[in-house]
Design a protein around this ligand. Structure first.
Ligand code: BGC
Length: 462
């Protein structure tokens, strides 16, 4: 091979890698804060006799408009919409959707979302794939998706996304890989523009993602779900079982607040998780587990986002707020958008209250960084591009930035101006542990990466 030809081939390969996925990267960059609106996947509201096909009461559609408006007020950009398409048809070839009226529910959500400016991820929830039905189930999933794509494939691809399958499990990684490639290839033939969202096996875990080989299709955003530490996030979750029956587990681990272990967890995974919680129930450990997803994204040059995280309502509110903040901080520092699970059911951020800003506890308002509202101006949100809170604080300080889309430096100084600590702040939410600083007043000095001063603030440490 001549030298010129070699250079040409290498340049071509380099450019291909550099530009691969650029559409998906650009769209991924618009996701921001997201919310799972669980509702259209609640098949259990149907009857067994009807194969759950009668699960959706169309009268429930209208109230969702208000929900979307509240989400907008909360600064949410992306709506993830789990749908149990699995029961929209009766399982008979050629798998034609028998409940076409259900599409009207989706139509309404899409119309309202368009007006409100949301991205919408239409997601295939509660599929029936298993090792023993791979071939026919794959065919069925494709047939169902084709009908969905036929209806929504001409929507704005910058706004409407198709998430192929939720939490594949009990399938070998290699089989899942195979099925996924078949589904994506078949659908791509019908839809050139829409970005598909796909995750790995093992319930969309980080491990599942790490075992996934990126698909050849270059218009894909990859996803994972994050519910670690499971002992905390799923405490008391009836559908999980005895392993998670210890209730009152705090986040982070606080020895004096730990409940006694429920004896139902004896000899189960839940006993070990309880014993390990002092090591695992903290930000650094959670961050280290997410690092594998980030690594996968970087090594493969593929955009990744966290499609579900959250905690069950049986955990205490203060812990749920701290957990929300911690996961947000991890994802945002890793440039991974996220969707909270979920709006108004068991993992709801409203903790049983009617969805609305008034239904959020103070700590949840804080965890969502819902900017202070001006009560004299009809509750208009006040826009502070760099929020620093709580202030005064004792242990943790949050700095949320939406001002510049580049890192900046924060120097913490004592009253005489002596530098105590310096760090780089990422765009989005930063969590800073200041528990080791003596009580007192500090100066917070924000600098750009060249060391030039941007602005300063005062911090009171209790
Ligand atoms: C499931 C929900 C469950 C949540 C947390 C979702 O993917 O569909 O039913 O509450 O994960 O476990």
């Amino acid at each position: 091979m001549t030298k010129k030809l070699t250079i040409f081939i290498f340049s071509f390969l380099f450019l291909q890698t550099a530009f691969a996925q650029s559409k998906a990267w650009d769209r991924h960059a618009t996701f921001g804060k997201g919310m799972n609106l669980s509702w259209l996947e609640n098949y259990w509201n149907g009857t067994v006799e009807n194969g759950f096909m009668d699960y959706l009461n169309m009268n429930s559609v209208a109230s969702k408009h208000h929900d979307l408006e509240v989400m907008k007020e909360m600064g949410i950009n992306t709506l993830r919409l789990p749908v149990c398409f699995d029961v929209w048809e009766d399982g008979e070839y050629p798998y034609e959707i028998d409940m076409p009226q259900y599409f009207m529910a989706l139509d309404s959500i899409l119309e309202w979302s368009e007006v409100l400016g949301f991205n919408v991820l239409i997601e295939y929830h509660h599929g029936s794939l298993a090792e023993n039905n791979l071939e026919e189930e794959t065919e069925r999933i494709i047939a169902i998706w084709k009908q969905v794509v036929e209806r929504y494939g001409d929507r704005d691809p910058e706004k409407v996304f198709f998430e192929i399958y939720n939490e594949a499990h009990d399938i070998e990684f290699s089989d899942w890989q195979n099925v996924l490639e078949i589904i994506v290839d078949s659908l791509r033939a019908f839809d050139e523009d829409q970005t598909f969202i796909v995750g790995g096996g093992d319930y969309n875990s980080v491990r599942g993602l790490s075992n996934l080989i990126p698909l050849e299709d270059d218009n894909i955003i990859y996803t994972f779900h994050y519910y670690e530490p499971f002992l905390f996030t799923h405490q008391g979750a009836e559908w999980v079982g005895a392993e998670v029956s210890t209730i009152g587990v705090p986040y982070p681990y606080i020895g004096s607040e730990m409940p006694d272990r429920n004896s139902l967890t004896d000899d189960t995974w839940g006993e070990n998780a309880y014993n390990d919680y002092s090591k695992h129930g903290n930000l650094d450990t959670l961050r280290s587990w997410v690092a594998d997803a980030k690594l996968w994204s970087e090594v493969n040059n593929r955009p990744v986002f966290c499609g579900e995280f959250g905690s069950y309502y049986k955990a205490n509110d203060a812990s749920r707020c701290r957990y929300t903040k911690a996961i947000r901080a991890i994802m945002e520092c890793n440039d991974m958008p996220w969707c909270y699970w979920e709006w108004d059911q068991g993992f709801s951020l409203f903790d049983g209250a009617v969805p609305g800003l008034d239904g959020l506890s103070d700590c949840m308002l804080d965890a969502w960084e819902i900017p202070p509202r001006d009560t004299t101006q009809n509750n208009v949100l006040l826009n502070d591009p760099c929020r620093i809170y709580p202030n005064p604080t004792e242990n943790i300080l949050y700095v949320e930035r939406t001002d510049l889309d580049v890192p900046m430096v924060l120097n913490i100084c004592d009253p005489s101006g002596r530098l105590i600590r310096g760090m780089t702040l990422c765009v989005g939410l930063n969590e800073i542990n200041i528990s080791d600083l003596p009580t007192g007043i500090y100066g917070l000095l924000f600098l750009d990466m060249d060391g030039d001063r941007l602005f300063g603030r005062k911090l009171v440490k209790h």
